[in-house]
Ligand binder design. Structure first.
Ligand code: SF4
Length: 66
């Protein structure tokens, strides 16, 4: 799912301390920086949601809060 209102998302990200990226997911191996399900993580890490990533970030359906 893509973010339609990136500016609003960035505000709510801070306001509600949202957890949604691979780094927050129970399936993420932080040392290898890989998904335990072997999904590609490139579009789901926090970096992908930064403004300079130009909308590359998408939410992962398999996300599970760590
Ligand atoms: S399940 Fe999705 S959010 Fe979790 S580590 Fe894998 S790719 Fe990232």
């Amino acid at each position: 799912m893509k973010i339609r209102e990136p500016a609003q998302f960035r505000l709510e990200l801070v306001q509600y301390a949202l957890r949604f990226a691979c780094e927050d997911c129970a399936h993420f191996d932080p040392r290898a920086r890989q998904c335990g399900h072997r999904y590609p993580v490139d579009g789901h890490t926090r970096a992908a949601f930064e403004p300079e990533a130009a909308g590359r970030g998408t939410f992962c359906k398999e996300f599970e809060l760590a």
